[in-house]
Design a protein around this ligand. Structure first.
Ligand code: 9YT
Length: 129
């Protein structure tokens, strides 16, 4: 049984800040936990825009706090994100993620992140080795 609390993860190597400081992600479950997915709580900071294109991962995101939007690049559609909204990048959708108020998101990645990935210039995370 694994039981973890966000407060225990803060200031450990399971807490990762974006290089551009757009977000912080606390990784409750990673590849090494052998669950087949990773589970994160991510705070997207107000006033930020992040280009994301997960070419090697599927991600589902559930908003529990705050407000923002995603814009899908292929069709220019904008989706408002508020508490209770889920979006799933089932087509590896390239998008912009914008925080209007600090947004608290619960994120699931398949395949799981190892925890050491950083966003590449194209908005992806590298494929796991
Ligand atoms: C929603 C999203 O993908 N934000 C970027 C950070 C990512 N959730 C992560 O690494 O935890």
């Amino acid at each position: 049984m694994l039981v973890r609390k966000i407060e225990e993860i803060k200031a450990t190597d399971r807490e990762v800040f974006a290089e551009n400081k757009n977000w912080v992600s606390r990784r409750l479950l990673l590849k090494k936990d052998n669950m087949g997915f990773s589970l994160h709580e991510t705070i997207i900071f107000a006033g930020t825009e992040t280009h994301i294109w997960y070419k090697h991962h599927l991600e589902a995101v559930y908003c529990v706090e705050g407000e923002g939007e995603i814009e899908t690049v292929a069709d220019g559609k904008v989706y408002r994100i508020t508490p209770g909204t889920m979006y799933a990048l089932n087509n590896h959708d390239e998008h912009y993620l914008r925080g209007r108020k600090d947004m608290r998101l619960i994120c699931v990645f398949n395949p799981p992140l190892t925890g050491t990935e950083v966003h590449l210039p194209d908005g992806s995370y590298p494929a796991n080795e």
